[in-house]
Ligand binder design. Structure first.
Ligand code: FAD
Length: 448
């Protein structure tokens, strides 16, 4: 008997699940149909800021696989089709064709919910004006790139998260005046401690981006188009507002259908990406994942997680046997020449999770100090006082510095102590590090 899998959301998690399920089940056994409300599937949101900056061309290069390519694997993809409702009793989804306007019901035996996340919108006046934009889908990226190239003006980025900062840099690259306003004490507050974030602020200011911290955007003013933003008590002229306030899991569809959410507000799943509803699966930004350090569910919006968890869902759907082993939230970016990375818990998060954190800082250079081009690098390692176990790390510095985070991620993943990492046999030559890498030094200082 042929079963039908319906996938809601055609990006990282949804299409990873569809592709993996297809590898395990031929079309005669499993029909797969994916609905995506934007014009694109299987795209790299991560590359969008670089497209807005004009560094990547054309936008199609950000698409990993087209609907035609999926069709060749007997996976039917319907772009510009939005799933409006899920009826779990009748096992049907109600789908609207956003171009034709028609609605239709599609039955399913198996359902993969991969609706991702949605950008946070501030509840302030003027938020619906046309020049208030966010950056999530490729359609958003096209719109922002057009705006960036139409003319040069002044853009206000609201929020200091990494998507906002990458977009700020993109507009600077396009010749705009850029102002970042965040209510946080510094930028990248979900990734870095304040002092580490301040190094990023310095790098941004160095290339002429204005950064205002500990200040809220209170309103967006304009008559039909954006003219100014309220920054604290002032009204600052602006031509465009980019929202970089973070994102929340897009779970309305699932919740309204009766699919249980977990303590984080995202869809609760087990380690095979099963919800508690028989035959209904979820993964990616809309779903929870187990945090390997806290042992608690978390909801982190990272492509790394969405791809892997989606693949595990595909194994489960296709009858395979894989378990998703959890996450550390390892993340990396580059802002205005400064590399930034983090993994595991920051000291404050460790405290909140019930650990007694020990912090080890190491400052030096990306290569041997005498090597031409050596640039500053700072690493912070965090461990637990009683067990010595590594809990997290943060890195801020010059070229070649941040990928060191993968060493920490691997060590934390495997439950190593700071003391063990401090003696690990890491590679050395002057173009790459000092003979004691800053990884060793930070770990040694975090060893209790
Ligand atoms: P999404 O990619 O959000 O896909 C969900 C899809 O579902 C969307 O295409 C949406 O249109 C569709 N959808 C939602 N509801 C419906 C519905 N009812 N009917 C039909 N379709 C629907 N992560 C990293 O690890 N590294 C990075 O450098 C990085 N950079 C990023 C830069 C930007 C600008 C953005 C926006 C994200 C970045 N991320 C990065 C995060 C990463 O892109 C996401 O974690 C990942 O895309 C999540 O995949 P997903 O499939 O869960 O959700």
């Amino acid at each position: 008997m042929t079963q039908r899998l319906v996938v809601v959301g055609g990006d990282a998690a949804g299409m990873s699940a569809a592709s993996q399920a297809r590898r395990l089940q031929p079309a005669e056994r499993l029909e797969i149909i994916a609905f995506e409300r934007s014009s694109w599937v299987s795209y790299s949101a991560c590359g969008e800021p670089y497209y807005v900056a004009g560094l990547v061309e054309p936008i199609e290069r950000l698409v990993a696989r087209t609907p035609e390519r999926f069709a060749a694997d007997d996976i039917a993809v319907r772009t510009r089709h939005e799933v409006m409702a899920i009826d779990l009793d009748r096992r049907v989804v109600q789908v609207t064709d956003l171009d034709g306007g028609n609605s239709a019901e599609y039955g399913f035996d198996l359902l993969m919910i991969a609706t991702g996340a949605t950008a946070e919108r501030p509840q302030i006046d003027g938020r619906h004006l046309p020049e208030v934009q966010e950056l999530r889908t490729l359609d958003d990226a096209l719109r922002l790139r057009t705006l960036a190239e139409q003319r040069q003006g002044r853009v206000t980025v609201v929020g200091g998260g990494y998507i906002g900062l990458e977009t700020a840099e993109a507009f600077k690259h396009q010749g705009w005046e850029v102002h970042v306003v965040t209510s946080g004490r510094s930028v990248l507050e979900k990734t870095l401690d304040t002092d580490m974030g301040d190094s990023v602020v310095k790098a941004m200011e160095h290339i002429g981006i204005e950064v205002t911290t500990e200040t809220r955007v209170t309103c967006i003013a304009g008559d039909g188009r954006v003219e100014a933003v309220g920054v604290g008590d002032d009204l600052a002229p602006t031509d465009l507002v980019v929202l970089g306030l973070g994102s929340r899991p897009e779970v309305d569809l699932a919740r309204d259908a009766g699919v249980p959410l977990g303590e984080t507000g995202a869809i609760a799943v087990d380690d095979r990406q099963r919800t508690t509803i028989d035959g209904v699966y979820s993964a990616g930004d809309c779903a929870e994942a187990l945090h390997r350090v806290t042992g608690r569910p978390c909801n982190l919006h990272l492509g790394t997680i969405a791809n892997k968890a989606g693949r595990v869902a595909g194994f489960t759907i296709g009858g395979g046997d894989k378990r998703f082993p959890g996450v550390l939230g390892t993340a990396i970016t580059k802002i205005c020449g400064i590399e930034v990375a983090s993994t595991g818990l920051r000291p404050a998060e460790a405290l909140e999770a019930g650990f007694d954190p020990v912090v080890g800082d190491a400052e030096g250079t990306t290569t041997a100090g005498y090597w031409p081009g050596a640039s500053p690098l700072k690493i912070r390692a965090v461990s637990d006082r009683s067990s010595g176990r590594l809990l997290g790390a943060q890195i801020v510095g010059g070229s070649g510095g941040a990928k060191r985070i993968d060493v920490f991620a691997t060590a934390i993943w495997n439950g190593m102590t700071a003391e063990e990492l401090a003696w690990t046999d890491l590679a050395y030559a002057p173009p790459f590090s000092g003979v004691w890498d800053l990884i060793h030094i930070a770990a040694r200082r975090a060893a209790s």
